[in-house]
Design a protein around this ligand. Structure first.
Ligand SMILES: *Cc1c(COP(=O)(O)O)cnc(C)c1O
Length: 462
């Protein structure tokens, strides 16, 4: 299996190389040259299997010879051993044809653990083999950072630096990043918003001298390994609801487009997915793009679902690549326009293709709050604000096909918003109940590339 860049100018890589590289050297994102498919029989066989067994079947065709079958099974097993639920990704029912996929039983209580825990295992195995040292730098709106730190803390060949927007993450998110005591963990509070953090990260990757000097590696949602790990729960949940004999639709609370893109890959692999619905909060650039064909940045307005507060949705580039029949030159031009002019227009052919693949909707702040309250009354389910955005949007897309809405975080990660909406202050699960008592360690830093690079050079172990 070979991986190519969405901008067509970077070297073709193996799975292992694409995973360790993150952003392609031409600024693009790696995608598999072809998407492997599973037969209806292979999908039918998943019924009743463990999450780990399904994960092996789904991901195996993508990893080439990076790991042997035994190695890969062991890595998958280790990745999900720390989850607080035996099913890993349990489904609960909200209404006759509406289901909630709980993706928040991992160590940091958000769906990002599914990918990050596996990436941690795969990085460790690969570095052990090569004897290399790397520096992982990630930008986060809150959940990626804590998931990355949890996955890499204490690993011997890795330093992990996480850039988060100062004052714009929830207290639980911040504490999950600032309380790990391991010396290879570095939490950096940047004076800026999430898009600033993500832009500085991209700048670092485009500074090839720095990139090679520190052995820069990325684990943001653009990392193909992360997208791949997220494909698995589309299969496990759809099979629970009758796939491949029955179609299933999904609604996905979306920011960087990584999670929903994984759903698109599941569909390409042969899973009978009917609709994929993009759900956004008031920062609705994706909903607007799909409705109008114009992608236009308009400053971020902080919301109660901060992990979706975004104007530059990195993984959308992967969808555009397919929408333009994999023409890397066109994709590169659109991305340059977005950077230089703050907008681009999708061609008629490409927008028709995108609308064929994705539906979309947005939920306002008040709709998000009322959805949390409403679900407590109707089902007893306490939703986090991101999941509530999903449920609200999904309610406009219910029909004869079962709808699965992805619950992307545990409500205890966002207790203020949940309490405001419902009067309930959700407690942290027992296993992390002492989070508020642990000492914090964080460095505040300017939104400035040179300052960040010199800090990383100084702090990393040599
Ligand atoms: C990251 C995140 C999202 C958005 O996921 P993308 O893959 O960036 O679209 C939604 N909800 C929560 C809780 C998240 O942490």
């Amino acid at each position: 299996m070979r991986y190519i860049s969405t901008r067509g100018q970077a070297p073709v890589l193996s799975f292992e190389e694409a995973m360790m590289t993150g952003l392609a050297r031409d600024g693009g994102l790696y995608v598999p040259e072809t998407v492997p498919t599973l037969t209806a029989d292979q999908i039918a066989d998943m019924a009743g299997q463990s999450y780990e067994d399904i994960a092996f079947t789904v991901m195996r065709p993508f990893i080439g010879d990076t790991f042997t079958d035994d190695e890969f099974r062991a890595l998958i097993k280790a990745a999900y051993a720390g989850f607080g639920h035996d099913a890993r990704a349990p489904l609960v029912q909200l209404a006759p044809n509406h289901f909630l996929l709980e993706l928040f039983h991992g160590p940091t209580l958000a769906f990002k653990d599914f990918a990050m825990q596996l990436i941690g295992q795969m990085f460790q195995a690969s570095l052990k083999r090569s004897g290399k040292r790397i520096t992982i730098v990630g930008a986060t709106s809150g959940d990626t950072g804590s998931a990355a730190i949890e996955a890499f803390r204490g690993l011997s060949n890795v330093d992990v630096f996480i850039l988060f927007p100062h004052g714009r993450v929830s207290e639980v998110q911040r504490r999950q990043m600032t309380t790990p005591a391991e010396s290879n963990v570095h939490a950096l509070a940047v004076d800026g918003d999430f898009d600033d953090c993500q832009a500085r990260l991209k700048d670092m990757f485009n500074d090839f001298t720095f990139r090679d000097e520190v052995g820069l590696a990325g684990v943001n949602s653009i990392n193909w390994g992360r997208v791949l790990a997220q494909v698995v729960y589309y299969f496990s949940s759809a099979v629970s609801l009758g796939a491949p004999h029955r179609k299933v639709s999904f609604t996905v609370p979306t920011g960087n487009f990584g999670d929903i893109f994984a759903g698109y890959i599941a569909k390409r692999m042969g899973l009978p997915v009917d609709r994929l619905v993009v759900a956004t909060n008031q920062n609705d650039i994706l909903d607007r793009t799909l409705k109008t064909g114009l992608q236009k940045k308009e400053g971020v307005t902080p919301s109660i679902s901060p992990s979706m507060d975004i104007q530059v949705s990195s993984n959308f580039e992967r969808a555009l690549f397919d929408a333009y029949s994999r023409d890397g030159a066109v994709v590169g031009q659109l991305m340059d326009d977005l950077k230089d002019k703050g907008e681009f227009t999708v061609s008629q052919g490409a927008i028709d293709w995108l609308r064929d693949q994705f539906d979309s909707g947005r939920a306002s702040e008040s709709e998000t709050l009322s959805t949390i309250a409403d679900q407590v009354t109707r089902t007893g389910e306490v939703l986090c604000p991101h999941s509530a955005v999903g449920v609200k949007v999904a309610e406009h897309h219910l029909g004869p096909v079962p709808m699965v809405t992805l619950a992307t975080a545990h409500p205890a990660k966002f207790p203020d918003a949940v309490e405001k909406a419902s009067g309930i202050r959700p407690p942290l699960p027992q296993r992390m109940a002492d989070l508020y008592d642990r000492p914090e360690r964080v460095t505040r830093v300017a939104n400035d590339l040179a300052a960040l690079e010199s800090l990383i050079r100084d702090r990393r172990a040599k």
